[in-house]
Design a protein around this ligand. Structure first.
Ligand code: NDP
Length: 357
């Protein structure tokens, strides 16, 4: 296998959060380029939890490390010895409680997992003499109020425990980079999706529910229960996770550690996402009403397929803004390659193959 990327040298890379969406895609990306992957996760012996690694054909190519980062109290004795024994050249820290919605009901767990979890890895990297580390930061740390575009200079703010914990991790990464001689980069990630997205996220829910409706119609049910969502007009910047892990690895290959935004640079509403999913499944919709009263009806029969549910409606959830990717593209030579329709097609195609529960 050839080594074809920025570093041009085979490395042993520790990926935390190996069982998650990005962990699996990054592992595939690195193994394809001749690197070796040490994958950290919890309950790794449960085969059902390794479904993403199996889907990408990398389950047996990873050196597993079983560890719950929330339990680590002393990186010097609990992380450094085995990292050194495993000859880790580089760390990509992805492990985190990654749901904004869950953070609203479990703020303590989120603060520990997202905030202190990052510091545990940063401290281990420092204690090992400055092992390079890339941190998965988030667009949820950016203050969108009063802005027209987002870039590396956008001020920080948070609207959820998840955003606040990511902002803390992001600032700690700056401290380690600027004051503690540790080469730490932060990747400010906007939403990214794939067929391997966790079922709790809205894009996975849209695809799953529209496929259910498709199946129920095919089975002869004339009025399947509609898909229920929050505010349909909210704007998001969605990429494919494959593009994002490519960006992460290019950040790792930069000569100087720093901060980079990774986004598609395109905004779409949740309504656009539903429409594209419905079209892919030959369920064309037309939209009526506004706000809580908006519905998506079957364009052929008028039957309601999509409804707004007050339980999911967050009127104060701000739209994302256009992202200025000039610095990212210039420095990394990175470009997003997958637009929304092919991303949704890939998500629908895998969902259609999933057996019914
Ligand atoms: P996932 O939720 O799919 O994966 C996160 C992984 O972290 C899970 O496998 C989870 O395992 C693991 N994890 C959580 N807590 C711990 C812990 N204490 N010890 C060990 N492992 C743990 O997220 P993504 O792959 O989508 O995201 C990767 C990173 O990028 C995350 O940090 C996320 O916050 C960030 N990000 C993602 C965005 C996106 O749109 N996907 C956008 C912006 C940022 P378990 O199942 O055991 O909980």
């Amino acid at each position: 296998m050839t080594v074809a990327d920025a570093s041009q040298r085979p490395e042993r890379v520790l990926i935390t959060g190996i069982l998650g969406q990005d962990g699996a895609y990054l592992a595939r990306h690195l193994l394809d380029r001749g690197h070796q992957v040490v994958g950290l996760g919890r309950r790794l012996d449960d085969a059902s939890r390794r479904w993403r690694l199996r889907h990408l054909g990398v389950d047996h190519a990873i050196e597993p490390v079983e560890l719950d980062l929330d339990q680590v109290r002393d990186p010097a004795t609990e992380l450094v010895p085995w990292c050194q024994a495993a000859r880790i050249d580089r760390i990509v820290h992805l492990a985190a409680q990654s749901s904004v919605a869950r953070s609203l009901v479990e703020p303590l767990l989120t603060a520990d997992s997202v905030g202190l979890g990052a510091v545990r890895l940063l401290e281990a990297a420092r204690l090992m003499g400055g092992v390079p580390l890339v941190l998965a930061s988030s667009a949820e740390i950016l203050d969108v109020t009063g802005q027209t575009r987002l870039d590396e200079c956008t001020p920080l703010a948070a609207r959820s425990p998840y955003g606040a914990a990511k902002a803390f991790a992001h600032l700690m990464a700056r401290v380690y980079r600027n004051s503690l001689a540790t080469p730490v980069s932060s990747a400010i990630l906007f939403n990214h999706e794939s067929p391997l997205r966790g079922p709790e996220f809205v894009t996975a829910k849209i695809v799953r529910e529209m496929v259910r409706i498709r199946r129920e119609l095919s089975a002869g049910l004339s009025k399947p229960p509609p898909l229920q969502l929050g505010r349909l007009g909210v704007l998001r910047d969605w990429s494919h996770a494959r593009d994002i892990v490519d960006g992460l690895w290019r950040i790792a290959g930069q000569p100087e550690a720093g901060e980079y935004l990774l986004a598609s640079g395109r905004l779409h509403s949740v309504r656009d996402f539903v429409d594209a999913t419905a079209n892919r499944l030959d369920l064309p919709l037309h939209w009526e009403g506004e706000g809580l009263d908006e519905v998506g009806r079957c364009a052929r029969t008028g039957v309601v397929r999509v409804r707004v549910d007050a339980r999911f409606y967050r009127p104060d959830d701000p739209d994302q803004l256009p992202v200025d990717l000039r610095r990212t593209i210039g420095a990394l030579g990175w470009q997003p390659t997958v637009s929304l329709e092919p991303l949704i097609a890939e998500m629908c195609d895998l969902e259609l193959l999933r057996p019914l529960n």
